[in-house]
Write a protein that binds this ligand. Structure first.
Ligand SMILES: [Zn+2]
Ligand SMILES: [Zn+2]
Length: 271
C-alpha cells in the first residue's frame, strides 16, 4: 500500500514555507508512519525530504515538443501561436512533463489533496532538471526573465491547504536561475465580470484586475514600485489546463507594465 501522510501543513505560516523544510509535525509523522515512495512503495530513509525515490523520479519523461498554450497546435520554443497571441497575454509556456504520466499525476494529486507540501520540492527538482536538460528559458539576451512570480491561490484555498505549491516551486526555481522572487506580486480577488463579455483588449486588461490584482512587490525585503515596467516575468504554477489562469495572471502583469510573460508549469492537463 502506498501511504502518504494525511495532513501536513507548514508550521511557518501560509506564505513563508521554505525550501526542503521539514516541520516538527512532519518529523513526528515520520516516526509513526515511515514514508514510502509514491511510485514503487520502497521505504524511504529518515533523511529523505521527498516522497519519491531517485529511481522513480528518473522515470518521469520530460516534454519533447512544444504546443501553443491555447489551441495546442505545434509551435517553436513554447511560443503562443500567431493567431492566439492576438487575443491572449501569455507569450510562452514551458511544460516539464505530461499529466498522463501516472506518477506525475499521483504527485500532483497527493500534494494538492493530501496536503503534502514536501512534494512541491520534488516537483521543483524535476522542473529544474527539465531546465538543465532543455535549457529553454532565458536563451538569448531578449528573452531572459528578470523575476519569478508564482500564481497565487485564493485565500480560502490557502487556508484550507496551508501552503501555495506554486510559491514553494517558484522560490526554488528562482534560486536555481538566480532571479528575484516576488512571492506576493499577484493577489487573487473576486472576478466581477466574465472575460468573454469584454469587447476589447484594453477592457480585458482592466477586467483582469478583478481576477488577479497586482499586490505588492517585495524583493530582498524591500518594496519596489515600478518593478515590472519593461520586465520579462517567469510565471510559475504546478499545472495548466486551458491556460486561462496563466493568461489572467499575464494580463494583470502586463497591465502593470511587464513586457513579456513566460509561463512555466510542471504538467499540462487535458481539457
Ligand atoms: Zn520509487
Ligand atoms: Zn494557438
Amino acid at each position: 500500500m502506498v501511504y502518504a501522510h494525511p495532513v501536513q501543513t507548514s508550521s511557518l505560516g501560509n506564505t513563508s514555507f521554505g525550501a526542503h523544510m521539514s516541520s516538527f509535525k512532519e518529523q513526528f509523522l515520520d516516526i509513526l508512519f515511515p514514508r514510502h515512495c509514491l511510485g514503487c512503495d520502497v521505504l524511504l530513509g529518515k533523511e529523505a525530504v521527498s516522497y519519491v525515490c531517485r529511481r522513480c523520479l528518473k522515470t518521469i519523461p520530460f516534454t519533447e515538443s512544444f504546443a501553443c498554450t491555447f489551441c495546442k497546435s505545434p509551435v517553436k520554443n513554447g511560443k503562443t501561436c500567431p493567431y492566439c497571441i492576438k487575443n491572449h497575454f501569455l507569450d510562452e509556456l514551458f511544460v516539464t512533463t505530461s499529466y498522463e504520466n501516472p506518477l506525475a499525476e499521483k504527485m500532483l494529486k497527493t500534494m494538492k489533496y493530501r496536503f503534502v507540501a514536501s512534494l512541491a520540492n520534488d516537483i521543483a527538482d524535476l522542473m529544474i532538471g527539465y531546465l538543465k536538460k532543455r535549457a529553454v528559458i532565458g536563451l538569448g539576451p531578449y528573452s531572459t526573465p528578470s523575476l519569478v512570480v508564482p500564481v497565487p491561490l485564493h485565500f480560502k484555498r490557502l487556508n484550507w491547504r496551508g501552503f501555495n505549491q506554486a510559491e514553494i516551486i517558484g522560490r526554488q526555481i528562482s534560486n536555481y536561475l538566480e532571479l528575484d522572487f516576488a512571492a506576493d506580486a499577484l493577489k487573487r480577488v473576486k472576478n466581477k465580470k466574465p472575460q468573454a463579455d469584454m469587447p476589447n483588449r484594453f477592457l480585458r486588461i482592466k477586467n483582469a484586475q478583478n481576477v488577479f490584482k497586482l499586490n505588492s512587490i517585495h524583493i530582498h525585503h524591500k518594496t519596489i514600485d515600478d518593478t515590472l515596467t519593461g520586465k520579462i516575468v517567469l510565471l510559475v504554477d504546478d499545472i495548466s489546463t486551458t491556460g486561462s489562469t496563466l493568461d489572467d495572471c499575464a494580463r494583470a502583469l502586463k497591465g502593470a507594465g511587464a513586457k513579456k510573460v513566460i509561463g512555466f508549469v510542471f504538467a499540462r492537463n487535458k481539457i
